[in-house]
Design a protein around this ligand. Structure first.
Ligand code: BGC
Length: 760
């Protein structure tokens, strides 16, 4: 009785309070009604305040109404360190060290959708715990040139693979109430002239290749925000591009999220207001000190827009539409009652980091080496066979941090295990008497954003000589080099200077291999590179960037504790000029007079390398390219390629019709001695190829874990939509009826079986 009385009193007091609670604050009220309620209470000035930055990485809420601000941060491989409110200087906090996760190219190389979901969950928890509402990432710009300084932040050359990986990633981040801000919409495929280059691309390539992963993130993952890119399309900056943002993204795709500009990408109040931008960030107004606290009032969508709205030059409805989207984003994130607390540097996050790294590491070569016991592949390393031996580790990346540098994706990790440390601790755990020596071999200088830090040739020579002398005493060399996060390597705001590895590494690797053919070359990088020394080395392992657990993941693969299963999300061509984007002079890359033309059209990556030499020549002629100086070559390592410590046999594929389309099934058997994972890739193309369409395109894949001798049947679905192409006369997706071939492959160049089917 007493309890009932207490409840009645509580209820009586609560009733008037609830009744007074404005509808916009009540999460039980439908979202759209809350938005309208809040909007109706806001003054014009308050509306203006929420559509632009109030600091380097936040945009304002409405304090008077109890509407919270948006806390944003880069992205996309971990939470960036805190910066000062108004400057790019570190805030020097001591509690903002985080887990650095592998680069997104590494995630793409896992071809494992579950790991994409795991990545999203872990990184979302770190963002939530750091008090962030919006993660600036992930990125899905398509790799059309291996020189792109930011390729490591994206998911490779194939829109289907990028889409398959980004959808689960976004879903899991957003499930925790942290929003993703998908980058960089769109055609930001090079860093050279990124602020000013206009991209000319056919409607079809735009739709089928470059927009496709974004479209899937919108339609299948309902991404809450998107970042407009710096570059131009149809001669209008993409962050304020009406045709792109209002036309395609918002109207055609029905997207209800908020479009955030890239930092300092906005150039004009009218275009920004009417061109579909919702939140302006990072502007550096001309003649103003961009680190002064009142600079935000001079943003294009601050005072200048407020004046235009007051004067009736920009309709209030245009402003209201932006505010609705911003409020929606705030209610979804910073005011989401189900937003998680999250966690930082948990053991689960380190484990996720290590697992993604281990599955992304891609074994590209593993040759047999003769020993007393006969010939066997050099990897995995057998600790017992190395007893009493000397291992020489050579290369700067064996000790260098690969999480600092690179531009906005730079991180301050709580820990980062280097390959050298991981090797040493592995052998010391085994109490092995292996000796591990280290020689740096070359130097690259400090990672200075926007500048190249050149190392004097004499210093380079000294390091080279030291490594070569040490090599003469070694029984095994583990070379750990590749690219790094320096400017003009894998770094924002500048592309690579060439396709070769820098700092004299080609010569160094070749000379080391001449001295000791038992050499494992482990290279980091977000891009392919020339491998002139390939035939000399016994093994090549491509590591992408692996984050906090870098060394641990690599050593687990080298020593066979993990059987590598990474597959390339990009083609490794022999030479730069084998890439189709490089065959049209400066018009094709990086642009002439700030106009770049994607003349390779749909034939990006493997779509190009699938053509015969004759077909390539005919295509180039049609597109007006000069004949290539030397015959075009096939890739060294095709898209989808990667080795394992075991081998797999494919059965004959079969196809059956289903209610939604078709199902392709194939038996796969592990024919080797170790458990391992195989990625079966399903490509589809018209049975009679036509010149205007790639021969085959990736449409599904599956990853199987198999014990030695085990067989499993993999079933992969196909739908008529998977066969669709963009029709430039109808301006719509069209599935052409006809006969098609499904290719069951181990890589784009390794077809293990085909089946034909009809689409009516
Ligand atoms: C980059 C964005 C990044 C932003 C904020 C820009 O330079 O292009 O990707 O999110 O800076 O750091």
């Amino acid at each position: 009785m007493k309890q009932m009385l207490t409840w009645a009193v509580v209820w009586l007091f609560a009733l008037p309070m609830n009744a007074q609670q404005p509808r916009y604050l009540d999460p039980a009220v439908p979202m759209e009604q809350r938005i309208e309620d809040a909007l109706a209470r806001m003054t014009t000035h308050e509306k203006i305040q929420v559509i632009h930055a109030q600091s380097k990485f936040t945009s304002a809420g409405v304090p008077r109404l109890g509407i919270r601000q948006l806390n944003m941060d880069d992205g996309p491989h971990g939470v960036r360190e805190e910066l000062e409110w108004n400057t790019w200087n570190p805030a020097r906090w001591t509690n903002d060290s985080i887990v650095a996760f592998p680069s997104l190219t590494c995630l793409a190389a896992t071809w494992n959708r579950d790991l994409a979901a795991l990545y999203g969950k872990a990184i979302g928890e770190e963002f939530a715990f750091r008090g962030k509402d919006l993660m600036l990432g992930p990125g899905v710009n398509v790799a059309r040139t291996p020189l792109n300084g930011r390729a490591f932040e994206y998911m490779g050359e194939d829109p289907y693979l990028a889409g398959e990986m980004v959808v689960p990633y976004i879903r899991s981040v957003q499930a925790g109430g942290v929003g993703c801000c998908l980058k960089h919409f769109v055609l930001n495929d090079q860093e050279t002239d990124r602020f000013s280059v206009n991209v000319n691309v056919s409607e079809r390539a735009m739709r089928e290749i470059y927009l496709r992963p974004f479209e899937r993130a919108v339609k299948e993952a309902a991404v809450w925000s998107i970042m407009g890119s710096y570059n131009l399309w149809q001669n209008v900056h993409c962050s304020q591009n009406d045709a792109l943002l209002n036309g395609i993204l918002k109207r055609e795709w029905g997207w209800d999220g908020a479009l955030v500009s890239d930092w300092n990408a906005v150039t004009d109040t009218w275009q920004a207001a009417t061109g579909g931008l919702d939140i302006e960030m990072g502007t550096e107004p001309r003649g103003k000190d961009s680190s002064s606290p009142d600079v935000y009032n001079f943003y294009y969508m601050a005072q200048p827009l407020e004046q235009k709205v007051q004067a009736g030059d920009v309709p209030m409805e245009v402003l209201d539409e932006k505010v609705r989207r911003v409020l929606r984003l705030i209610f979804r994130t910073s005011m989401n009652p189900r937003k998680i607390v999250g966690s930082q540097c948990s053991e689960q996050h380190y484990e996720a980091c290590r697992r993604i790294g281990e599955e992304g590491i891609t074994l590209l070569r593993n040759e047999k080496i003769k020993s007393a016991k006969g010939a066997a592949p050099l990897l995995p390393l057998e600790p017992t066979a190395l007893r009493g031996r000397r291992i020489l580790v050579v290369g700067e990346n064996a000790t260098r941090s690969l999480t600092c540098g690179g531009g906005s994706s730079e991180l301050k990790p709580h820990r980062e295990v280097s390959p050298l440390d991981a090797l040493r601790s592995y052998f010391s755990r085994l109490r092995s008497d292996v000796t591990i020596d280290y020689a740096q071999g070359y130097a690259s200088g400090a990672p200075i954003y926007d500048k190249v830090d050149a190392v004097p040739p004499a210093e380079q020579q000294r390091l080279n000589d030291e490594a070569l002398a040490a090599a003469r005493r070694a029984d095994l060399i583990i070379y750990v080099g590749g690219l790094n996060k320096n400017h003009r390597q894998d770094c924002e705001n500048g592309d690579r200077e060439g396709y070769d590895l820098s700092f004299g590494q080609n010569q160094l690797i070749a000379r080391l291999a001449d001295i000791q053919p038992r050499i494992v070359v482990c290279l980091f990088g977000g891009n392919p590179y020339a491998t002139s020394w390939l035939q000399k080395v016994a093994a090549l392992v491509h590591c992408w960037y692996l984050g906090s657990e870098s060394g641990t993941a690599l050593v687990n693969v080298l020593t066979g504790q993990v059987n590598p299963s990474g597959r390339l999300p990009v083609t490794f061509a022999r030479r730069l000029e084998d890439y189709p984007s490089m065959l049209f002079g400066t018009d094709g890359y990086p642009g002439t007079d700030r106009q770049v033309h994607y003349r390779e059209d749909l034939f990006v990556g493997y779509r190009w390398f699938d053509l015969s030499a004759r077909e390539k020549r005919a295509f180039l002629q049609r597109q007006g390219a000069a004949s290539p100086a030397a015959p075009l070559q096939q890739p060294v390592f095709p898209f989808g390629f990667g080795l394992s410590y075991t081998t797999f046999r494919y059965g004959r594929p079969a196809i059956t019709a289903t209610a939604d389309g078709w199902e392709v099934s194939v038996d796969v058997t592990n024919t080797g001695q170790r458990a391992g994972q195989e990625t079966v890739q399903l490509y589809v193309g018209p049975r009679t190829p036509s010149a205007d369409r790639p021969k085959k395109e990736l449409k599904n894949f599956g990853k199987l874990r198999l014990q030695p001798g085990q067989t499993q049947t993999l079933r992969l679905a196909l739908t008529p939509q998977d066969l669709a192409v963009w029709d430039e006369t109808l301006h719509a997706w069209q599935t052409r009826p006809g006969q098609y071939t499904a290719y069951v492959c181990a890589s784009a160049a390794d077809i293990r079986g085909t089946v034909s089917f009809d689409c009516r």
